[in-house]
Ligand binder design. Structure first.
Ligand SMILES: Nc1ncnc2c1ncn2[C@@H]1O[C@H](COP(=O)(O)OP(=O)(O)OP(=O)(O)O)[C@@H](O)[C@H]1O
Ligand SMILES: [Mg+2]
Length: 269
């Protein structure tokens, strides 16, 4: 039996809703064998991040080398890289091992608005990582940081796609989770725009939506799907995961990684 394999290079969320935990759950639910290179360990629950321990660079590189050279990797995603040296070694590893199915989730701004990267790290991400990406998946605040101007609607999102595409990724998807109204994401491959609409679900349980969405794209690319097919599946996966609320924790709870498969069993896809 041959199985598709995906690697996530990201931080650990002890609360299980975001970071590598969300990525691995998503890979598993989409029938992809998941592996991880942990960049940082966060002390986290649905109420917030209470502590962080950065993993030494040689251990991060070691994790990537270990899995790529032994088990093999069909697609990879990057999440929270946090510091300039981590961004640099991740980019180096992607090039060294000729990994081209790369999903870059440019984790820079948390759901609550907190900046997660300093300016040097933001610049390193643009310079070293974006040119290696098959697709980059900023949320609205991250897209605003990347293009240095505000985004308030669909036309602004399209303009942001164009500008971010000029930094070198093969495609860009600007996610609409942070705007009011319908949750519309916009995909741009350098030629065409595709709009991915879903109705906005009124819930506070959206912790890890971005991680889950980009992990689902990665899983589908690992299986050989085209980018547009991967993004459509990922949108269905995250919409199901937000809709079918688990009601865990006292704060912003995790999404439901079982929901998409549950819907499939009931013939809803
Ligand atoms: N309330 C909602 N209802 C429906 N879809 C949503 C909602 N919130 C987010 N989404 C969808 O979830 C996906 C992730 O987008 P979002 O903008 O939340 O990412 P993010 O801010 O990077 O998330 P995170 O805070 O986990 O990093 C997108 O497909 C977006 O449209
Ligand atoms: Mg995000």
């Amino acid at each position: 039996m041959s199985v598709a394999r995906a690697l996530t290079i990201a931080g650990s969320d002890s609360g299980g809703g975001a970071g590598i935990q969300a990525d691995l759950k998503t890979f598993q639910m989409l029938d992809v064998f998941g592996m991880s290179a942990i960049t940082a360990i966060t002390v986290q629950n649905t109420l917030g991040v209470h502590g962080i321990h950065h993993i030494p660079i040689d251990i991060i590189v070691g994790q990537i080398e270990a899995v790529v050279t032994d088990l093999g990797v069909d697609a990879v995603k990057t999440g929270m890289l946090a510091q300039v040296p981590v961004i640099e070694v991740a980019a180096h590893q992607l090039q060294k091992h000729r990994l081209t199915q790369v999903v870059v989730d440019p984790v820079m701004v948390a759901k609550g608005g907190a900046r997660l990267l300093d300016v040097d790290a933001e610049n390193a991400l643009i310079k070293h990582l974006l040119p290696l990406a098959a697709v980059v998946t900023p949320n609205i605040p991250e897209a605003e940081v990347l293009i240095k101007s505000p985004i308030s609607g669909l036309e602004d999102m399209k303009e942001a796609c164009r500008k971010i595409h000029s930094f070198g990724p093969r495609a860009v998807i600007v996610k609409g989770g942070h705007l009011a109204g319908a949750a519309i994401d916009v995909l741009f491959d350098g030629t065409d725009f595709i709009e991915l609409p879903s109705k906005r679900i009124d819930t506070r349980h959206t912790h890890g939506t971005g991680c889950t969405f980009s992990a689902a794209i990665t899983a589908c690319l690992a299986k050989g799907d085209t980018l547009s097919a991967a993004v459509f599946t990922a949108k269905s996966f995250i919409t199901a995961a937000i809709t079918d609320v688990l009601e865990l924790g006292q704060g912003h709870g995790p999404t439901n990684h079982w929901a998409y498969a549950k819907n499939a069993k009931q013939g809803k896809h």
